[in-house]
Design a binder for this molecule. Structure first.
Ligand code: GN1
Ligand code: MG
Length: 366
């Protein structure tokens, strides 16, 4: 992409000064991000992002969600006298016409204030796991007084297990790639758990479980810290939408408490790390314990198992479909990912009594 063009697009947003340099930042595969520096001596730098319109089809909903959520959090932080607000919550920069994004020939762009002197971590230890629990719990807490229906689903039925099963069953009956016959063991593993794993959607319909505004992409690298290791804010708000709180608990632990890789070729490497789990839940209950219902707390062990299962089903469905969603590095990559997620699930299942006991203990204190 031509730098002059990026600088010109940056100039269409209400930035301070003139954009003078643009440098690619971050390593996400979803959106492309550029750090924009201006000639203003007093104003901040900016992040200019090209939004992946294949993943996020409804950019209006996406940007309205983010504007709403960041505005709400900013007002909350302001009300309790928080300093350094521009590093504690993302700031959406509007276009010169007052819009939330630009559409140029089918390419969608948005801008944020750049958060200065901040870092992200890739690896999780007990301390950062506890901080993540605190941070994502606090994020949900600050949004817990908002009617979740105000926000749209940026990816429809994103963490809906019934939907993921429907997608799996239709991939299987179409069997476009002829891959079903070599994966009968995995098909059985999906099917034998599917009723139990769809319980949250049933309870929601019966009014027994709420949806709340959740982050839905709770990875440690979606948190920013200052150079002294103090937590600043949560980033990557594209998937913020109404969901069960299980999304934020389950997806974090699925990635952070795996002793192996998400796509580990050797299932023996993959196990569920109990101390990372306990640290996260401890932090989470400290900030979220005050608004969660008893049912939500009791179902935390379910959330821990649900996400490896859901990811197993999603990877496996993509394998049966011929690898159309997740980027692959080799032909059986999605199959390897599926088996690794299944192994993580089995490790969780074998430690379930301990997981339940830990949750009971932590929620009693919280
Ligand atoms: C995708 O690209 P990344 O890592 O943020 C996916 C998640 C999956 C994850 C599995 C929008 O997230 O739901 O858990 O891959 N995001 C989307 O690696 O589908
Ligand atoms: Mg992401």
């Amino acid at each position: 992409m031509n730098i002059d063009n990026i600088l010109r697009i940056a100039g269409r947003f209400s930035i301070n000064g003139n954009a003078i340099s643009a440098e690619p930042v971050g390593n996400g595969w979803i959106n492309d991000t550029f750090r924009i520096v201006t000639d203003s001596t007093t104003g901040p730098d900016y992040n200019l992002q090209r939004i992946n319109h294949n993943v996020f089809k409804d950019v209006d909903t996406l940007q309205n969600n983010i504007k709403y959520v960041t505005g709400h959090i900013r007002r909350k932080l302001q009300a309790c006298g928080t300093e350094d607000l521009d590093r504690k919550v993302l700031t959406v920069i509007e276009t010169r016409e007052g819009g939330l994004y630009i559409n140029e020939n089918g390419e969608y762009w948005r801008a944020y204030t750049f958060i200065s002197d901040a870092v992200t971590y890739e690896k999780v230890d007990e301390e950062s796991s506890r901080m993540a629990g605190l941070a994502f719990g606090e994020f949900e807490h600050m949004l817990s007084d908002v009617n979740p229906k105000i926000l749209g689903e940026t990816i429809p039925r994103f963490h809906d297990m019934e939907f993921r099963i429907e997608e799996f069953e239709s991939a299987l009956s179409a069997d476009r790639t002829g891959r079903a016959k070599e994966t009968e063991d995995l098909i059985l593993e999906v099917r034998k758990r599917k009723d139990g794993m769809c319980i949250a959607e049933r309870m929601y319909r019966e009014g027994k479980l709420p949806k709340r505004i959740c982050h839905c992409d709770t990875k440690v690298n979606n948190m920013m810290f200052d150079r002294n290791g103090n937590f600043l804010c949560v980033i990557d708000l594209d998937t913020v939408m109404p969901s069960f709180v299980f999304s934020d608990i389950g997806d974090f632990l699925r990635s952070a408490a795996n002793t192996g890789e998400e796509d580990d070729r050797n299932p023996d490497n993959v196990n569920f790390n109990m101390s990372i789990f306990k640290a996260f839940i401890g932090g989470y209950i400290e900030s979220a314990g005050k608004f969660l219902t008893d049912t939500e707390k009791e179902m935390i062990p379910f959330a821990v198992a649900l996400f490896p299962y859901m990811q197993f089903v999603r990877f496996f469905t993509d394998y049966l479909n011929g690898d159309t969603y997740y980027k692959i590095k080799y032909p059986e990559h999605n199959l390897v990912r599926s088996r690794a997620q299944l192994k993580l699930l089995q490790s969780i299942e074998s430690q379930m009594p301990e997981i339940k006991a830990a949750v009971r203990e932590i929620t009693r204190q919280g």
